[in-house]
Design a protein around this ligand. Structure first.
Ligand code: GTP
Ligand code: MG
Length: 268
């Protein structure tokens, strides 16, 4: 059994930064973790890249040869990935053993997890290779400065839930940028009624019915719950990792692995 996190979320929400922080955290705690780059447009990495979509296809080549813009070229690259699940991805995955823990750093284009089947098929492939997969959806804490932005962030997360049908952890990233900590609780575990009244205050009366329908939807999926991530605090990363581990049942065996870890090995 392998374990995997699929790290998604809007552009710039902090996915790659989260991946590198997670890598460093695991390095410190002596836990084995591999970060995979699935963003064909990425150029710089703060983590060692275990697998890289750019070895399969290069965004610049696609833009040049097919005359596509950056977003069209990205979709083309992801479709190429989809077409190569059985060969490229399978070959790459063969390098990893049972119990390996992979973290997939995805591109930020929202259509990837809302209405194209690429990631869904990718996930199905991982599952067929015996991976337990969890979606980690990052939303920038700056979204909570405004209830309308927050709802649209929730809707994007919901569409990923519906598309991918996987265990799902929502993270509110960049908590170091939040100055007014008092209002945070309201958004981490929000009450539908509170959000609704805020939305209604912000918007014209003709939207009240729609607002109610949106909030009911969010309530019914009971998905409006976010775990805050403050990268300055190891304990915050540790907590999030434990939540995700729980979702993918990364447990007993892993503990044995950590106990087997010999600190003297570091000196080699
Ligand atoms: N203050 C602060 N800035 C952050 C944090 N995480 C990421 N950033 C900044 O936010 C910007 C985007 O971060 P990335 O990690 O590249 O975001 P991403 O989601 O991978 O972006 P795309 O791959 O382009 O979708 C960068 O300038 C980061 O330095 C954080 O926890 N706190
Ligand atoms: Mg990134």
């Amino acid at each position: 059994m392998g374990y995997a996190q699929l790290v998604i979320g809007p552009a710039g929400s902090g996915k790659s930064t989260y991946c590198s922080s997670l890598y460093r955290h695991c390095e410190t705690t002596g836990r084995s973790i591999q970060i995979v780059n699935l963003d064909p447009a990425a150029e710089q990495f703060d983590y060692p890249v275990a697998m890289d979509i750019r070895e399969l296809i290069c965004l610049d080549d696609v833009m040049e040869e097919l005359g596509l813009g950056p977003n069209g070229a990205l979709m083309y690259c992801m479709e190429e990935l989809e077409d190569n699940l059985d060969d490229w991805l399978t070959d790459e995955l063969d390098n990893y053993m049972d119990d390996d823990y992979l973290v997939f750093d995805c591109p930020g284009q929202i259509e990837l997890f809302s209405h194209v089947p690429v990631l869904r098929n990718f996930v199905e492939h991982l599952k067929s290779k015996n991976f337990n997969v969890c979606v980690v959806y990052l939303l920038d804490s700056q979204f909570i400065t405004d209830v309308t932005k927050f709802i649209s962030g929730c809707m994007a997360s919901l569409s990923a839930m519906v598309q991918l049908e996987l265990p799902h952890v929502n993270i509110l990233s960049k908590m170091d940028l939040v100055t007014n900590k008092r209002d945070i609780g309201k958004y981490l575990n929000p009450q539908g009624q509170v959000l609704l009244s805020e939305l209604n205050q912000r918007m014209a009366p003709q939207f009240f019915k729609l607002n109610k329908a949106l909030i009911d939807l969010v309530d019914q999926y009971s998905m409006v719950s976010f775990v805050p991530l403050d990268l300055r605090k190891e304990s915050s990363i540790q907590y999030i990792l434990s939540q995700i581990d729980n979702c993918i049942q990364y447990g007993e065996d892993a503990d044995v692995k950590v106990k087997d870890f010999d600190p003297e090995d570091i000196d080699d």
